[in-house]
Ligand binder design. Structure first.
Ligand SMILES: Nc1ncnc2c1ncn2[C@@H]1O[C@H](COP(=O)(O)OP(=O)(O)OP(=O)(O)O)[C@@H](O)[C@H]1O
Length: 312
C-alpha cells in the first residue's frame, strides 16, 4: 500500500465536534440592568443588588481533528477562547453543545492535578500521579523525578497548604509532567517559577513534546507558534477564523493584530473576512453513537457531509 493510501484519520488523536461554550455572568453594565426588565424587576435588582446576567459565548461551533505528530498552536487576542478550548479538550469543563473525543487522556500541564492541601507535597505527588492514571508502581517510580523537578527541598515534606502560590504551581507543573501524556496541552500563561526552575522545566517540556503524539500550545507570541508548531488555529471571539500550516496562520494573525494595533479597523476586518471565506468547513462526523471520551481513531471520518447530530 502506497503512502497516499494510508487513512489520515487512523492517526486522529483528538476530535472536536461543533463545540459551543457559554457562560452566564453577572454584569454591572447599567444598560443591561435596564434591558428587558419591567419597573418591578429593575427596582428589585436595585434593592437586592442582583446584577443582571449576560451570556458570554466563549466558543461557538469549533470543529477540527488533530492527528498524531502535530504540534498545534492556538492564537488569538485576549478573551478569544484559547484557554477555554484547552480546558474543554482536557475534559475539565463540558461544552454546552458538541463534544470532544480523545484517543487517550489529554493532560493540561499545570492545573490538572487535584491536590489535597492537608497532605505533604510528597504525598500529593503520589496522589496526582494516580489521578492521572499511573499504576501505584509507576507512581512510586515517578516520585523522585517529580521531586527533583519541583526542586522544593525539604518543603516537599510539609503540607501543601503551607506553600506559596509559586511553590504550589511548581509542584503541580512537575506532577503533570510525570504522566508522559500522548496528548499534551500547554497554556503558556502557566509558565512559572524562577530562572533555575524555568530552565529545568523547559528541558523537561522539550522531552515531553518530543515524546507526545499531539501537542496543543497556547501562546500570544506568533513567533513561538511559528517556531514550534506545525499547525495553528486562530480563534476570534470564540469562532475559528483559520486552521492551517502554522507559518501561514501566524503570518495572517500578525497582520490582523498589527492592523488592530494601528487602529485600522477596516483593514483588520478585511483580513478576518478573507480568512473566514477561505476557511474549509470541517464537519466532524462520529460514527459511534455511544462513543465515550476514549475512542477508536477509526471512528472519526472527514466529511464534506454535514454531521448527523447523533449527540446523546
Ligand atoms: N469561568 C468563566 N466564567 C465566565 N466567563 C469566562 C470564564 N472563563 C472564560 N470566560 C470568558 O470566556 C471568554 C474566553 O476566555 P478565555 O480565557 O478562553 O480566552 P483566552 O483566549 O484564553 O484569553 P487570554 O489570551 O486573555 O488568556 C472570555 O470572554 C472570558 O471572559
Amino acid at each position: 500500500m502506497g503512502e497516499h493510501d494510508v487513512d489520515p484519520f487512523a492517526q486522529a488523536t483528538v476530535a472536536v465536534q461543533n463545540v459551543h461554550v457559554r457562560y452566564r455572568v453577572p454584569s454591572t453594565d447599567a444598560a443591561e440592568r435596564r434591558r428587558g426588565a419591567n419597573f418591578v424587576k429593575r427596582a428589585a435588582r436595585t434593592v437586592l443588588g442582583n446584577d443582571p446576567k449576560v451570556l458570554v459565548r466563549a466558543l461557538s461551533g469549533i470543529s477540527f481533528v488533530a492527528k498524531s505528530g502535530e504540534q498545534i498552536g492556538l492564537v488569538g487576542q485576549n478573551g478569544s477562547g484559547k484557554s477555554t478550548l484547552l480546558r474543554i479538550i482536557a475534559g475539565l469543563e463540558n461544552p454546552a453543545k458538541g463534544r470532544v473525543l480523545a484517543e487517550s487522556t489529554p493532560v493540561l500541564i499545570g492545573v490538572n492535578a487535584a491536590l489535597v492541601p492537608d497532605l505533604s507535597g510528597e504525598q500529593n505527588i503520589r496522589l496526582g500521579c494516580l489521578a492521572m492514571g499511573l499504576t501505584p508502581d509507576q507512581a512510586d517510580a515517578a516520585v523522585p523525578e517529580v521531586k527533583q523537578l519541583a526542586g522544593l527541598g525539604k518543603s516537599i515534606y510539609l503540607p501543601m497548604k503551607t506553600y506559596s502560590s509559586g511553590m504550589g504551581a511548581r509542584l503541580r507543573f512537575a506532577i503533570a509532567t510525570a504522566a508522559n501524556p500522548h496528548i499534551l496541552l500547554i497554556d503558556e500563561a502557566l509558565a512559572t517559577g524562577d530562572a533555575a526552575f524555568r530552565e529545568r522545566s523547559e528541558a523537561r517540556m522539550q522531552g515531553l513534546r518530543d515524546g507526545a503524539g499531539t501537542v496543543f500550545l497556547v501562546s500570544h507570541a506568533a513567533q513561538t507558534i511559528e517556531e514550534t508548531c506545525t499547525r495553528a488555529i486562530w480563534l476570534n471571539h470564540g469562532r475559528l477564523v483559520l486552521d492551517g500550516p502554522a507559518q501561514d496562520v501566524a503570518l495572517r494573525y500578525r497582520k490582523w493584530a498589527w492592523a488592530v494595533a494601528k487602529d485600522k479597523p477596516d483593514e483588520a476586518r478585511t483580513i478576518i473576512e478573507k480568512a473566514f471565506a477561505e476557511r474549509e468547513q470541517t464537519h466532524v462526523q462520529v460514527e459511534e453513537s455511544q462513543a465515550p471520551r476514549q475512542y477508536n481513531a477509526r471512528h472519526v471520518r472527514p466529511s464534506g457531509v454535514r454531521s448527523t447530530d447523533r449527540k446523546k
